[in-house]
Design a protein around this ligand. Structure first.
Ligand code: CMC
Length: 392
């Protein structure tokens, strides 16, 4: 095996130095640029959080106004870009559309292809991406539901503008209530970065070849799509629906998850780094109650989720393996409460994670990091002689 150190799945391999996000998995601590997630979640808007993650400091009022103006300026999509949406079948998964469209955008902005990690070119590209991801997500929903596209309204906040593009009609403007706007802000803020997770590492691996920011984040979307990563938020709701409609006791699902002869996992449980509560899940659990109360809604899935959590916390299998609810466990219930359709949940995660992906790409360039190129241990055949076709 020579000098190769094996670490499949990179459970214990540091791939970079980073000053963006700190995670202490044993103690359930998460900080963005040194600020505890609990404080950010309570006090910051998504745009402020994005600025902090991208540039390392909370913006002053002028910096924030400029950043907001830049995001607002880039909110609409080029008309030709809009036509691309009609080429997708109605049933196209929104994550496929998002990844494809993020790459396509670069064709409309050739000037961004050789952008580097600082200066006005980078600032523009970052604001453009944060803005366009929101429009692409909303437009993919409008096309899938056969509704006319609703163009952005620059006077609205980041979250209200998204909800406007999703839910307004030409004859009736959707006005987000403060509760809904706050809930969406919280969701996005909690997803804004999480150090070297699968999608962020993907962005870094792609970016390390000096691929442009658009193709790097487009690859990040693909990595996020999987059910073990961002796809878990929709998986949780499917699982809870299944528990509800099947009428089977929760213990049946715990037994399934513990049974090693199948691949079944409890969605929204477990984490590579957190061996304690995921702090994002704690915040979400608390806020889900408040949001449902304030919206005067009741969600039967919340009762099931609470019971499931309670049972796992008393079960030896989950205790021994330190399996706690992760960020995806309660986030779907929050998205349901604000009216986001199930097939858009992972897209919502992608909108939230965009600042983290961009900041990691930026940092990679600032550090002049080498191209990512892991090694392997070869386990295949040794030398063989070629067998002509007629003799096979
Ligand atoms: N249900 C049942 N058993 C589990 C679960 C689960 N959700 N998660 C881990 N385990 C078991 C796993 O089978 C293993 O058991 P054993 O030691 O007997 O082989 C043990 O716990 C350790 O888990 P692991 O597979 O080594 O953990 P990992 O770090 O490779 O994977 C994970 C982490 C998040 C992919 C995994 O816990 C999982 O698949 N969870 C369900 C999907 C999910 O909720 N994903 C969202 C992750 S958090 C936010 C995000 O990235 O989107």
């Amino acid at each position: 095996t020579g000098c190769i150190t094996m670490d499949p799945g990179f459970g214990n391999t540091g791939s970079c130095y980073s000053s963006i996000t700190y995670v202490d998995g044993a103690n359930g601590i998460l900080r963005y640029r040194g600020y505890p997630i609990e404080e950010i979640a309570e006090k910051a808007t998504f745009v402020e959080t994005a600025y902090l993650i991208l540039y390392g400091e909370l913006p002053n009022p002028r910096q924030l106004a400029d950043f907001r103006a830049s995001i607002a300026e880039h909110a609409p999509l080029h008309t030709s870009l809009e036509h691309h949406f009609s080429g997708f079948p109605r049933s196209a998964p929104p994550m496929a559309i998002l990844s494809a469209m993020l790459n396509i955008i670069s064709c409309f902005h050739p000037e961004v292809l050789d952008v580097h990690s600082e200066g006005p070119g980078f600032d523009k590209t970052a604001a453009l991406l944060l803005s366009k991801v929101r429009a692409i997500a909303a437009f993919s929903y409008r096309m899938a539901t056969g509704k006319p596209l609703i163009h952005p309204n620059p006077s609205l906040s980041y979250c209200s503008n998204f909800l406007h593009m999703m839910f307004s009609e030409p004859y009736r403007e959707y006005i987000a209530s403060p509760v809904v706007e706050k809930a969406l802000t919280l969701f996005l803020v909690l997803h804004a970065d999480h150090e070297q997770n699968c999608s962020t590492s993907t962005v870094r691996v792609v970016g390390s070849s000096r691929a442009n920011l658009f193709s790097s984040v487009s690859a990040g979307v693909c990595a996020l799509w999987g059910p073990l990563h961002g796809g878990a938020n929709a998986g949780v709701i499917r699982m809870l629906e299944d528990i509800k409609t099947s009428g089977r006791p929760i213990s049946h699902y715990l037994d399934l998850a513990k049974d090693k002869s199948n691949d079944y996992k409890l969605m929204g449980f477990g984490h590579r780094v957190y061996k304690n509560f995921d702090p994002r899940s704690k915040i979400l659990k608390k806020r889900v109650y408040e949001v449902l109360n304030e919206l005067q809604q009741q969600d039967p899935l919340l009762e099931i989720a609470l019971e499931l959590e309670e049972k796992t916390l008393k079960d030896d299998y989950f205790i021994e393996r330190n399996l706690y609810p992760n960020v995806d466990f309660y986030s779907g219930i929050l998205l349901r409460a604000i009216g986001i359709p199930l097939n858009m949940y992972t897209v919502m995660f992608a909108i939230g994670r965009m600042p983290g992906w961009i900041a990691n790409w930026k940092e990679l360039h600032e550090h002049g990091q080498r191209i990512s190129r892991p090694r392997q241990i070869y386990t295949g055949e040794t030398t063989r002689s070629f067998v002509p076709l007629a003799q096979r």
